[in-house]
Design a binder for this molecule. Structure first.
Ligand SMILES: Cc1ncc(COP(=O)(O)O)c(C=O)c1O
Length: 388
C-alpha cells in the first residue's frame, strides 16, 4: 500500500490555508494573510504584459535568472545599502523568497547540522530545515519588546551550528532589528563560523525613525551571509513569486546547485518586469512607505478602539495585538471567535512558535494592513462589536 513519506508526516496544513478557508466560509474581512487586496502598480504590470507580448520571454530563462534582473538586484543593493554584489556569480533569481530560503538551506546546510531559528518565525522555515534533514534550534523573541536574550542566543550555538535564519524587518512582530541586536548575532556567527540566511522581504516596509540594516552590511558579515528578498511585498505582486538571493560567490555556488534541481528557474516575463521595478526611482519607494504608514495608523486606531493592546510596528505590514482584555481564551479560540462572530480574520501567533515557546504569545494575534482603506475601515467598525 503506497504511503506518504515520514519526512512530511509532522507537517500540518499551513495556518494561512486554514484561516483563508474559514474566512471565506464566514465572509469575514481577511486581515490574516499578508496578501494585498489592491493591485500592483500599473506600469510594473504593463512591463510584464509587454514582456509576454514581445514573444521574447516565454521560454526558459537562464537558470540563475536573466542578466537584467540580476543586474537590477545588484544595483538595488548598491543604491540602498552600499553593497557590492556580483551580478554574474553573486545573485540567483528564484521562485519567490520561499524558494530562495529552501535552496539556501539545501545548498548550505548538511544533514544533522543545527540551524538557529529566531521565533516567532515564518511558517516555511522549520519544514524547510526538516526536509533538509537538519535540526532547528529555537531562540525566542519575548514580549513586550520582542527582543532576544543575548545569553539565550549564545547558549543556542554549539559545534554543530551551521546556519542562523534571520528575518528583519520581522514577521509577525513588526520589529526592525537594531544595529546593536544585529551586531550581537553577527559576533556569535563569526565566533562559531556560522552562515546567516537573512530573509529581508520587508526591507522597504519601515516606518518613522526605523532603518532597515541588512546583515550583509555589518563588518565581516558579507562573506558569511546570503540575503533573500522578493518582488512580492515591495511591489504588491505576491502572486508573481519572483525572488532572489545574493551573497558571496562561494556561498551562492551552493545555493545555485540546489536551485537548479528545485525549480531550475523562475517565471521569465516577471523577471523582465522585476528588473524594471527594482530600478524605479526613490520616489516609488518613498510613496510606498507613506501609503503603508497611513494604513498602519488606520489599523492601529481600529484595534485600540476595540480594546486590543498593540505595539506600533517599526516595519512589515503586520501588527500584533493582545486580546486578553476583551476575550478569555487562547489565540486559536480568539481567531475562531473573531472570524465566526465578528467577521474579521486574523492569524493566531502560536503556529509561529515551537511547542516549547508557544505560551509566549498565547494572547496575541496578527493582523495585516495590506488592504484598501475601505476594508480597514470596515474591519474597524466590525471590531468595535468586540467585547459587547
Ligand atoms: C518573512 C517572510 N519570508 C518570506 C515570505 C515569502 O515570500 P515570497 O512570497 O516571495 O515567497 C513571506 C511572505 O509572507 C514572509 O513573510
Amino acid at each position: 500500500m503506497p504511503t506518504t513519506a515520514a519526512r512530511v508526516s509532522s507537517f500540518g496544513t499551513t495556518i494561512f490555508s486554514e484561516i483563508n478557508d474559514l474566512a471565506l466560509q464566514h465572509r469575514a474581512i481577511n486581515l490574516g494573510q499578508g496578501r494585498p487586496d489592491f493591485d500592483g502598480p500599473a506600469d510594473i504590470i504593463m512591463a510584464e504584459v509587454n514582456a509576454l507580448n514581445s514573444g521574447q520571454h516565454n521560454q526558459y530563462p537562464p537558470g540563475i535568472g536573466i542578466r537584467s534582473m540580476r543586474q537590477a538586484v545588484a544595483a538595488h543593493a548598491a543604491r540602498f545599502y552600499g553593497l557590492e554584489v556580483d551580478p554574474e556569480a553573486g545573485v540567483i533569481i528564484t521562485a519567490g523568497a520561499t524558494e530562495a530560503i529552501f535552496s539556501s538551506i539545501l545548498g548550505l546546510v548538511d544533514p544533522g547540522d543545527e540551524v538557529i531559528v529566531i521565533e516567532p518565525y515564518f511558517d516555511s522555515y522549520v519544514p524547510n530545515i526538516v526536509m533538509a534533514n537538519a535540526v532547528p534550534v529555537y531562540v525566542p523573541l519575548r514580549p513586550p519588546d520582542w527582543t532576544f536574550d543575548p545569553d539565550e542566543l549564545r547558549r543556542a550555538f554549539t559545534p554543530r551550528t551551521r546556519a542562523l535564519l534571520l528575518n528583519t524587518p520581522h514577521n509577525p512582530t513588526g520589529r526592525v532589528f537594531s544595529r546593536e541586536e544585529l551586531l550581537t548575532i553577527a559576533a556569535l556567527c563569526q565566533q562559531h563560523d556560522v552562515t546567516v540566511i537573512s530573509d529581508e522581504v520587508y526591507e522597504h516596509l519601515v516606518f518613522d525613525d526605523a532603518r532597515h540594516i541588512p546583515m550583509a552590511t555589518l563588518p565581516g558579515m558579507f562573506e558569511r551571509t546570503v540575503t533573500v528578498s522578493s518582488l512580492g511585498k515591495t511591489f504588491s505582486v505576491t502572486g508573481w513569486k519572483v525572488g532572489w538571493v545574493f551573497g558571496p560567490s562561494a556561498l551562492l555556488a551552493g545555493v545555485g546547485r540546489a536551485h537548479q534541481f528545485v525549480t531550475f528557474c523562475a517565471h521569465h516575463p516577471a523577471q523582465v518586469a522585476g528588473a524594471y521595478a527594482l530600478n524605479l526611482p526613490g520616489t516609488y519607494y518613498e510613496e510606498f512607505q507613506t501609503m503603508y504608514a497611513a494604513k498602519r495608523d488606520r489599523l492601529l486606531r481600529g484595534l485600540s478602539a476595540a480594546g486590543l493592546k498593540t505595539r506600533a510596528p517599526e516595519g512589515t505590514y503586520f501588527v500584533l495585538a493582545d486580546f486578553s482584555e476583551v476575550f478569555d481564551g487562547d489565540d486559536l479560540a480568539f481567531t475562531h471567535h473573531l472570524i465566526t462572530e465578528i467577521g474579521v480574520a486574523c492569524i493566531p501567533t502560536s503556529p509561529f512558535f515551537s511547542p516549547q515557546h508557544r505560551s509566549l504569545a498565547a494572547t496575541q494575534v496578527r493582523f495585516t494592513f495590506c488592504k484598501t482603506d475601505e476594508m480597514l475601515e470596515e474591519a474597524a467598525s466590525r471590531l468595535a462589536r468586540l467585547g459587547h
